[in-house]
Every structure is written in structure tokens, then in C-alpha cells.
Design a protein around this ligand. Structure first.
Ligand SMILES: O=C(CO)[C@@H](O)[C@H](O)COP(=O)(O)O
Length: 223
């Protein structure tokens, strides 16, 4: 297992002062900026695109930016996000007509490549991808909105994907997204996740540092 990474989702950040808010959450101990791109087509919500990613880089954000594309189609946005400073680009396989090609495209543009599985997406979509992905993101809510409750069946799915990753012998990150809180993060880590997206739990808390410290204290209990 790789070191645990905490990735606040800027979906719950203060958009009116985003650069400063992202700076603050990183200063409070976050590892990665999780960047939720929604198109009001693949998901019923609309957020932001490559210009905002570029704006964060121009503002001076140096942490990895983990772009989660909830868009359909996918490919046209890959070069744009790579040029805008994305570090990791993940997409939903059902939103790409040619999944293998999209993974190649992401890597050709110098980013790490991830696939995202919705709560009801079967693990069989990973069958011919384990040698190609750098990250697998399991959605623990249905994509589109922050502030939803963690779907408990994700724990079993995490255990199964952890086995697949261990069998692959590759350093694939296992990320979980949706309803991650201080009081469930240890259980989620114990099931096999090593990267934790948390939006409302961090950005809606009175102290980012206290919340991230509390999450790390919970993670320290997991061997
Ligand atoms: O991608 C998504 C939702 O589609 C997530 O990144 C959420 O934004 C996580 O929010 P919380 O459940 O942590 O509030």
C-alpha cells in the first residue's frame, strides 16, 4: 500500500476566493487538489473547466491537481486539461467510446491516467485495463453533487479492487470519492483505499487543519 493521500474536492470550496481557499487547504495539510468537472450532460450539474485549472496554476498552486472528468465525450478535454496543469486525469469508461485510446491520450499528454467506477458499475470494466491505469477511483456516491452520504456497499467493492491491484503488482492508486468523513475514513482505508476525496467534510468545517489532522489520526489507526 502507498502512503495515504487526502484530496479535498474544490466542489465545496469558496469559488469567489478559490485560489486563497485552495492555498489554505494545502497549508492545512492536504496532499492533492481534487478538481470535479461536470458538464450537465454526463451528470446533472455544471461546474468548471480547464481555464480554472490554469488559473489555479497561475495563482501559484503547485500541488498535484487530480482532475475527475464527469463529462461525455471525454477526449477533447484531455489535451486542454494537460496544458492547463492537470497532474492526473480520470474519466468514466462509459463516457468514452474508446477507453484504451483515452487512456493512451492522457499518458501521451504527460498525465497519470485513471478510470472512475460509479456505485453500480461492475468491476469487469477493469478486465483489460489493469496494466494501463495509474489510478482507480471508486465513487461512493452517485456523481454530480457534494454532500451526499457514503454508500456502504463501496466497502466490499474497495476490498475487491484492492485484491486486483495487489495481484497486478503495479502501484495503482485506489481513490474513493463521496461521503468521506472523519468518522468513516479509517473503515474506508481498512477496506483498501489509499487516496481520499473529501469535499464538504473539509471545506464546510470550521478548521481545515483540525479536520485534516483528525482524518490523519484516524488513518494512523489503520495498519
Ligand atoms: O465527484 C464528486 C461528486 O460527484 C465528489 O468529489 C464530491 O464533491 C465529494 O463531496 P463530499 O461527498 O465529500 O461532500
Amino acid at each position: 500500500m502507498q502512503p495515504f493521500l487526502i484530496a479535498p474536492s474544490i466542489l465545496s470550496a469558496d469559488f469567489a476566493r478559490l485560489g486563497d481557499d485552495v492555498d489554505q487547504v494545502l497549508a492545512a495539510g492536504a496532499d492533492v487538489v481534487h478538481f470535479d468537472v461536470m458538464d450537465n450532460h454526463y451528470v446533472p450539474n455544471l461546474t468548471f473547466g480547464p481555464m480554472l485549472c490554469q488559473a489555479l496554476r497561475d495563482y501559484g498552486i503547485q500541488a498535484p491537481i487530480d482532475v475527475h472528468l464527469m463529462v461525455e465525450p471525454v477526449d477533447a478535454l484531455v489535451p486542454q486539461f494537460a496544458e492547463a496543469g492537470a497532474s492526473i486525469i480520470s474519466f468514466h469508461p462509459e463516457a468514452s467510446r474508446h477507453v484504451d485510446r483515452t487512456l493512451q491520450l492522457i499518458k501521451q499528454h504527460g498525465c497519470e491516467a485513471g478510470v472512475v467506477l460509479n456505485p453500480a458499475t461492475p468491476l469487469s470494466v477493469l478486465d483489460y485495463l489493469m496494466d494501463k491505469v495509474d489510478l482507480i477511483l471508486l465513487m461512493s456516491v452517485n456523481p454530480g453533487f457534494g454532500g451526499q452520504s457514503f454508500i456502504p456497499a463501496t466497502l466490499q467493492k474497495l476490498k475487491q479492487v484492492r485484491q486486483l491491484i495487489d495481484q497486478s503488482g503495479r502501484p495503482i492508486r485506489l481513490e474513493v470519492d463521496g461521503g468521506v468523513k472523519t468518522d468513516n475514513i479509517a473503515e474506508i482505508a481498512a477496506a483498501g483505499a489509499d487516496m481520499f476525496v473529501a469535499g464538504s467534510a473539509i471545506f464546510n468545517s470550521p478548521s481545515y487543519r483540525d479536520t485534516i489532522d483528525a482524518m490523519r489520526a484516524e488513518l494512523a489507526k489503520v495498519s
